[in-house]
Design a protein around this ligand. Structure first.
Ligand code: SAM
Length: 279
């Protein structure tokens, strides 16, 4: 297999099909085969897994996903690309020309999954919509096994952060409530064409069922409220959200959380305890 993920091949394809990269779609193609190979290896554990790729571009990662899995379904927004992918990639690939943000993920999975097939997602994400895409996947009702994605390094650090680290925020708590989060590798900006202004990181999210709160929407709102103003104490943020300082004081003391604590000091277990007292 001749990798697409090289600068020579990428430029050749662009010239042959007369396409330029669109900044508005976050198009930065990978030009280092070792990087895409490693993403595909981490993303797929068994060839029988049903693989969804978001934003295949000209197929740099797609090619390696197709090599490792029996079936790959790619969602791409750019109408110029499906034809190129059909020409350049052999075999087991289905391309859906669609905006991932307006896709009903549950319907998509349910219509493509066979029996109890495991579902995984892989992507070199369009960075301008990293968080909305991931939250769409986190909120899906259809079971997903794991998500392996490239994102801006600083955003990856937020997903990975635990309490007392500077990047720790509501996003970290809500994500870790649903998934085990693991860094696969750092990726330099020099392996993309065109070169972006930021470095990247590949992060893997594996869904777990360790935690279960009755009213998840309420729990997520509470976590966001606690982080509302980072410099303020949890007592102030919670009091403002509840519109009742007395109640905030009561709840915090029942959960044995000192009033001068800041949200970034609390672990996921602390937030669950706080929710339970409040609910
Ligand atoms: N996978 C390719 C690679 O690694 O070289 C391309 C990755 S590029 C960073 C992001 C890709 O996502 C582009 O192909 C872009 O057109 C596509 N994209 C951007 N917004 C999208 C959306 N809302 N829905 C689906 N695909 C999108």
């Amino acid at each position: 297999m001749q990798p697409i993920a090289t600068i020579k091949r990428t430029k050749e394809i662009q010239e042959r099909y007369q396409i330029f990269t669109k900044k508005s779609y976050g198009q930065n193609f990978i030009i280092e085969p070792k990087v895409v190979e490693k993403i595909a290896q981490a993303a797929i554990e068994d060839p029988s897994e049903l693989v969804f790729e978001i934003g295949p571009g000209i197929g740099a990662l797609t090619q390696f996903l197709c090599q490792r899995a029996d079936r790959v379904i790619a969602l791409e927004i750019d109408a110029r690309l499906p034809e190129i992918l059909k020409q350049e990639i052999d075999g087991n690939l289905e391309i859906i020309l669609q905006d991932v943000l307006s896709t009903d993920i549950d319907e998509l999975i349910a219509s493509k999954r066979k029996d109890h097939q495991k579902v995984v997602f892989a992507s070199n994400l369009p960075y301008y919509i990293t968080t909305p895409i991931l939250f769409k996947l986190f909120e899906a009702k259809e079971p997903i096994e794991r998500i392996t994605v490239m994102m801006q390094k600083e955003v990856g650090a937020r997903f990975l952060a635990t309490n007392c680290e500077s990047e720790y925020n509501a996003l970290s708590v809500i994500t870790q409530y649903r998934c085990d989060v693991k860094k696969i590798m750092d990726v330099s900006r020099h392996v993309f064409w065109p070169k972006p202004n930021v470095d990247s990181m590949v992060v893997q999210f594996t869904f777990h069922h360790k935690y279960r709160v009755e009213n998840e929407d309420f729990f997520f709102e509470m976590v966001k409220a606690c982080f509302q103003q980072r410099r303020k104490t949890i007592y102030n943020n919670l009091g403002q959200w509840l519109k009742d300082k007395k109640k905030a004081e009561e709840v915090l003391s029942k959960a044995s959380i000192p009033l001068n604590t800041r949200a970034q000091q609390l672990s996921l277990d602390d937030f669950i305890l706080l929710y339970e007292v409040l609910a």
